[in-house]
Design a protein around this ligand. Structure first.
Ligand code: ATP
Length: 236
C-alpha cells in the first residue's frame, strides 16, 4: 500500500468539507476520484499534498505518517501534485518551469534524465522550451503542469482535473500520457470531472459526494454501475 487515508476530516473555517474519508492507493495503480462540483475532490488532494491542514484522521504514505508533515517535505518523500487550474509560472520559460519541479533534488544526472523523459512524453514542450509559460495555449500549460510535477520523480502523482478545458483530441492525448506515465512505474491518483475517461483508464475508483466516499470499485465496476452511470456518465 503506497497511500492509506483513514477517517479524514477537514474544515474551511466553519464549513466541513471532508466528513471522514478513507481510501487506499496501492503501488502501481491509477486510482480515480470522481464526484460532482464541490464534492471535496480538490480538498482531498490538498490534504494529501499538505496544502491544507486536516482536522482529524491520518494520512500514511510509503510507511510514514505524513498527516502533519510540511508540504515541501512530502514532495521530498515522493508526493507531487499537478494542481487544478494548472498554476504554471507565466513569466518563466517552459524549461525553467520544469526545473522548478526538481528544486528539491540534488541528483543532476537524474534530473537531466527526467527532463529528457518529460520531453519524450510531451514533444510540444521541448519545441517551446524557451518560450514563457504564460504564452502557451491552455492544453500546453496543462501538459507543462503535469511535466513539472513529474520532475520531482514522484512515487505518487496527484493529478487534479488534467483534462479540464482541453479540446477533445487533447483530452484523449493527456489520458494516453497518464497511462504511459503509470506504465513507466508512477502511481497515479486522479481527480476528474470526465468520469468516463477516468474510470476507463483507472484500476480502481472512488465516488465522493458532499465530503464522503459513497462508493468504491474497480474502474470497470463503476463504469457499469447504474447509479454512477446516471449521476456521472450522463446515461440513464
Ligand atoms: P470542484 O470540481 O468544483 O473543484 P471539488 O469536488 O474539488 O469540486 P472542493 O473544491 O474540494 O470540491 O470543495 C469542497 C467543499 O469545500 C465545497 O463545498 C466548497 O465550497 C468548499 N471549499 C473549497 N475550498 C474552500 C475555501 N478555500 N474556503 C471555503 N470553502 C471552501
Amino acid at each position: 500500500m503506497l497511500l492509506e487515508i483513514k477517517d479524514l476530516t477537514l474544515l474551511y473555517g466553519r464549513i466541513q468539507a471532508l466528513h471522514g474519508i478513507s481510501l487506499v492507493v496501492n503501488e502501481g495503480e491509477v486510482v480515480a476520484l470522481i464526484g460532482a462540483n464541490g464534492a471535496g475532490k480538490t480538498t482531498t488532494m490538498r490534504a494529501i499534498s499538505g496544502l491544507r491542514p486536516v482536522a482529524t484522521g491520518s494520512i500514511v504514505f510509503d510507511g510514514t505518517d505524513v498527516t502533519r508533515m510540511r508540504a515541501d517535505l512530502r514532495v521530498v518523500r515522493g508526493i507531487s501534485q499537478s494542481p487544478e487550474g494548472r498554476g504554471v509560472f507565466p513569466g518563466m520559460t517552459v524549461l525553467e518551469n520544469l526545473e522548478m519541479g526538481a528544486y528539491t533534488r540534488r541528483d543532476r544526472a537524474g534530473v537531466a534524465a527526467d527532463l529528457d523523459r518529460v520531453f519524450e512524453l510531451f514533444p510540444r514542450l521541448q519545441e517551446r522550451r524557451k518560450q514563457a509559460g504564460g504564452t502557451l495555449s491552455g492544453g500546453e500549460q496543462q501538459m507543462l503542469a503535469v511535466g513539472r510535477a513529474l520532475m520531482s520523480r514522484p512515487k505518487l502523482l496527484l493529478l487534479d482535473e488534467p483534462s479540464m478545458g482541453l479540446a477533445p483530441m487533447l483530452i484523449q492525448q493527456i489520458f494516453d500520457i497518464i497511462t504511459e506515465i503509470n506504465q513507466q512505474g508512477t502511481t497515479v491518483l486522479l481527480v476528474e470531472q470526465n468520469a468516463q475517461q477516468a474510470l476507463s483508464r483507472a484500476h480502481r475508483g472512488y465516488v465522493l459526494e458532499t465530503g464522503r466516499i459513497v462508493k468504491e470499485g474497480t474502474g470497470q465496476e463503476l463504469l457499469h454501475d447504474p447509479a454512477v452511470k446516471e449521476a456521472y456518465l450522463g446515461v440513464a
